[in-house]
Design a protein around this ligand. Structure first.
Ligand SMILES: [Zn+2]
Ligand SMILES: [Zn+2]
Length: 350
């Protein structure tokens, strides 16, 4: 033990380090002590309350990579997180004690893309929990205030991490241009598909068909917005004349089949993580009927809408949360959706 003169102060001592779930390699997640970043004038120190496990976290944990991004150094995982501010930099306007959800994107805010408002596409942008950038599965994190959105009383920080996937759904429905009366096909009833169904219903969709290969997930979809469900493992897709396809499964076949269910002059959107290249997309059909094929990547300016939809109860955040694990059991949390496929959103708590 060393003794140092500590200046007298009225504020309680802030932590200088924290415990975090650090991924060292495939299947090698360690709970470690990490020093905390210096709290800059525009930063917030957040004591985390919830973290959400996403498909990308599961890929990093299982394979040491997600798509083309390979884990090159030990990295704290996690891009879905909420907590309570326990210290604020001198220039920050959010005060200590405020519950916040963290928007994980770290765009440059200076390039033409950022200045156009599409900061989610910033060519040099990084993201919490996307290696090598450390993420949010830690007891404390220091974040720029620009990444924090205050949570209303109706959304406890203990489930606030689920606002992030809801923001994905909000942006997907916005990019899909879902209008009142639309017949919407959603392929994939994972957390994103289930939230997309609720947001599409809020948008006034008249019919919402959800497909998946898992009956448990489809049963959840029926409770939250779906007017019809189809298990495509056992039943061929027999739809026609749909107005929108929102592909949330990452399965190329679901995309190809879903496109063929669309009416002329409609729109398909790729939300689920796409393969680098895909054969079998009916390009001639898309052209013959002028069906727009668009994509969505994360979200831009979608957190405020997501918070509003959850706060008002229009979207039920609890609908996708199936289990919680303490930080010490983060490795179990990262495999839980595979071990038990009835799992939807798994949260880490602190
Ligand atoms: Zn996510
Ligand atoms: Zn930028």
């Amino acid at each position: 033990m060393t003794t140092q003169a500590i200046p007298e102060t009225n504020t309680p001592a802030l932590p200088t380090g924290t415990q975090a779930a650090v991924l060292h390699g495939a299947r090698d997640l360690r709970i470690e002590h990490k020093p905390l970043a210096h709290l800059g004038p525009n930063d917030l120190l957040v004591e985390m309350r919830s973290g959400g496990i996403c498909g990308s976290d599961m890929h990093y944990h299982a394979e040491g990579r997600n798509g083309t991004n390979v884990l090159g150094q030990p990295t704290v995982l996690g891009h879905e997180g909420a907590g309570v501010v326990i210290a604020a930099g001198a220039q920050a306007t959010i005060t200590s004690g405020t519950p916040v959800v963290i928007e994980p994107a770290l765009p440059c805010r200076e390039c033409a893309t950022c200045l156009s408002g599409r900061y989610n596409l910033c060519p040099t942008g990084t993201c919490f929990g996307s290696p090598p950038t450390d993420g949010l599965f830690a007891r404390h994190v220091v974040v720029p205030e620009s990444a924090a959105h205050p949570l209303p009383d109706t959304i406890p920080a203990e489930i606030g991490a689920a606002i992030e996937p809801l923001a994905v759904a909000v942006w997907a429905v916005e990019r899909a241009q879902v209008h009142k009366g639309h017949r919407v096909l959603i392929t994939g009833a994972g957390p994103i598909g289930l939230l997309v169904a609720q947001v599409a219903a809020a948008q006034g969709a008249a019919e919402i068909v959800v497909t998946d290969v898992n009956d448990d997930r489809l049963a959840v979809a029926t409770k939250f917005g779906a007017t019809r469900t189809i298990n495509t493992a056992t039943t061929p897709l027999d739809l026609a004349g749909m107005d929108r396809l929102i592909e949330c499964s990452g399965n190329s076949l679901a995309l190809a089949d879903g496109i063929k269910a669309l009416a002329p002059a409609t729109r398909a959107i790729v939300v689920g993580q796409a393969k680098p290249t895909v054969d079998g997309i009916p390009l001639g059909f898309l052209q013959r009927y002028e069906i727009d094929l668009v994509t969505a990547f994360r979200y831009a300016n979608a957190f405020p809408t997501a918070i509003r939809l959850a706060a008002s109860g229009v979207v039920d955040l609890q609908s996708i949360i199936t289990s919680t694990y303490p930080l010490e059991e983060a490795a179990e949390a990262l495999t839980a959706p595979v071990t038990d496929p009835t799992n939807l959103k798994v949260l880490v708590t602190y």
